[in-house]
Design a protein around this ligand. Structure first.
Ligand SMILES: CC(C)=CCC/C(C)=C/CC/C(C)=C/CC/C(C)=C/COP(=O)(O)OP(=O)(O)O
Ligand SMILES: O=P(O)(O)OC[C@@H](O)CO
Ligand SMILES: [Mg+2]
Length: 254
């Protein structure tokens, strides 16, 4: 499947700056407009989605696009998480769900609408790692949790996803997770698989974001932090871009 505009844009950001910063906005958040306004100069892309309930997704996505003027990617928690107002959508399989609904049925039920509305699908493997079991997505998605002490299992899912032809893998600790994805899981995945790695869940300060990029994350996602303190976005961006450049310098020396 051809690479579309939003995916190319993300690839360019990663190529030039070493890493991209995605801010997750839950459409169920009452202050979504305020978050969008505060993050618009610092995020590279806005992702829109939630595990539970979706209200007015069309209008909210339209508003977020108008306020930020940034590319928007839907992050659907189910088949109702699709709107033509968005530029793109993570066409995702929750690879390690115990329920085939989340692994393949939900994306399949959504595929015709995505095509008809002309939304750009970005093929993505969604992989749930400890402590996702304590978060909404772990519960809703019936995740067969990968222990954080077994980073090689997360990396194997990334390699498997790349063999399936997917171009993106999202290592997810869960929104509001007590701790983020283990550095070793990121490094092992990056070493093993030719795939872009998105890391999210429990990233709450610039030091953590910096470290995740150095270990191999191509995209860092924050949701809870930017909901609670949207001003933090500036420092987060600085850390992500600083780590990105450091990573590029290291690669150029090899
Ligand atoms: C591609 C299509 C049409 C559907 C895919 C549907 C799949 C596979 C869903 C996976 C399971 C799932 C529930 C994912 C939700 C991911 C998401 C948007 C998480 C955002 O965080 P929340 O869990 O809403 O966080 P809060 O609890 O903080 O609100
Ligand atoms: O809310 P946080 O913990 O930043 O997690 C963001 C994202 O990974 C959730 O899908
Ligand atoms: Mg939510």
């Amino acid at each position: 499947m051809k690479i579309g505009n939003v995916e190319s844009y993300l690839n360019d950001v990663i190529k030039k700056e070493g890493a991209a910063y995605a801010v997750l906005i839950d459409p169920d958040e009452k202050n979504y407009a305020e978050i969008a306004e505060k993050v618009k100069d610092y995020a590279d892309v806005i992702i829109i989605g939630g595990s539970i309930g979706i209200c007015n997704l069309d209008d909210i996505t339209k508003d977020i696009k108008e306020i930020t003027n940034l590319p928007t990617i839907l992050f659907p928690g189910n088949v109702d998480g699709i709107t033509k107002e968005a530029d793109a959508l993570f066409y995702m399989t929750l690879m390690n769900s115990k329920n085939t609904y989340w692994a393949i049925t939900a994306p399949t039920l959504g595929c015709i609408k995505i095509k008809k509305e002309g939304i750009e699908p970005i093929p993505m493997a969604y992989i749930g790692v400890e402590p996702i079991q304590n978060t909404a997505v772990g519960y809703v998605g019936e995740v067969n949790v990968i222990p954080s002490a077994k980073p090689e299992i997360a990396a194997m899912y990334c390699l498997s996803a790349s063999y399936f032809g997917m171009r993106w893998a999202y290592l997810e600790a869960g929104s509001g997770a007590k701790f983020p994805i283990d550095n070793k899981a990121i490094a092992t995945a990056k070493h093993l698989a030719d795939i872009n790695i998105i890391v999210g869940g429990g990233i709450r300060n610039p030091e953590t974001a910096f470290e995740k990029v150095i270990y191999g994350a191509d995209v860092i996602v924050t949701g809870t932090l930017t909901e609670e303190n949207p001003e933090a976005v500036k420092e987060m961006r600085n850390a992500i871009k600083k780590a990105g450049l450091k990573k590029l310098e290291k690669l150029n020396k090899l």
